[in-house]
Write a protein that binds this ligand. Sequence first.
Ligand SMILES: [Cu+2]
Length: 190
Amino acid sequence: MNSNAATTESMNRTRVAKGVAAVAGAVFSVGVACAALVPTTAFKEATLPQVKAMLVKDNGKVSGTTLTYGKNANVVAAAVLPGFPFPSFEIHHVKNPTLDFPAGATVHFTFINTNKGFGHSFDVTKKGPPYGVIPQIAPILAGTGFSPVPTGGKFGYAKFTWHATPGTYYYVCQIPGHAATGMFGKIVVK
Ligand SMILES: [Cu+2]
């Protein structure tokens, strides 16, 4: 190897190293930006049979793409069930349904990430669409924050309770790009 070749080799290595550092920096800053946006809820792990048992606990009544609940509401949301488009939420096997609650309802949300290889969040806000690629939603009124990515036959789920006061709200996924490409739904309380 002559000295010119050695210099070129060294420059190439530097370029590759800089490229890797830039990508790592971008991923890191997206992570930090998102972490600052969301509350945290402890996710627990469930097996597939446990997930299936949780999914049937939803007590909404389906009418088209709307689910109507009573004063003691159990909402069980999943992302993303087999057969549904990525990214989306499913509740009572309906894609991104509108959720109707009576004023004063106590809403017990369960969110399950069934989407192998991907993280999601289920967060409630008054901010409606359109959403940016980095949604930058504040304030979040209630929610799960980011879920773990399912691995080894275990799926992350989290629960939280929300007291419904009259108004229009939205549930959204705060993972960059997800709300912007349709991973959200409407909540109506009256
Ligand atoms: Cu998502």
